[in-house]
Design a protein around this ligand. Sequence first.
Ligand code: FPP
Length: 225
Amino acid sequence: MNPVKHVAIIMDGNGRWGIKHKNSRNAGHKAGLNSVEGVINECIKVNIKHLTLYAFSTENWRRPKKEINFLFNLLENFLINKVDSLIKKKIKLKFIGEINKLPKNLKKVIKNSELKTSKNLGLQVNVALNYGSKNEILNSIKLINKKNIKINEKNINKNLFTKGISDPDILIRTGNTHRLSNFMLWQISYTEIFFEKKLWPEFNLNDFRKILSKYKLVKRNFGSI
Ligand code: FPP
């Protein structure tokens, strides 16, 4: 049976859920937070070490300003309101992506929540925010050049946003869309991928548990036989 150390999720389908149920895409983003909390609690329960959530991509800047602001506010309020409960659950928060390019207030809340949870030894939740995988790989190579060290796999790993984090064992994408959308392209070379028909706000514990059970039965041979 395969142990699960790291689950990564592309939380797709919020907008469509909002239109279907409440007539606004933003209502879908808000509802998506319930699924985030459910998955976090289950990861703690089954002793998963890392959960990486794709919250905002470098391409998401192409969305209407109103939706972008809503998403940033939602995240900011989530962090402000939930940080104490995250600490109680021993969760460590880490943000991966070009955080410096985010609005000042959000950056402040991010830094604060990372600092406040930095000593926690339980589940590490990595939030990919203003994240793009191609940008991350390019950035890693630029850092390697600057440090004047060898370009090899080990050094590329060490200079990614995800340095020190094991590669995901499982990648889940909800929303019935079969693509990777510039997410962790380097890190998922041997990850088991699960595409889920349900929209992110509909994704429940039963769905998550089913995927974990399926994964445990997969024979992972990493290129051998
Ligand atoms: C994709 O759905 C979802 C997002 C771009 C945002 C996800 C963010 C959250 C659930 C809230 C914040 C997260 C954390 C970690 C607290 P979409 O809008 O692309 O959906 P669509 O495919 O239906 O348009």
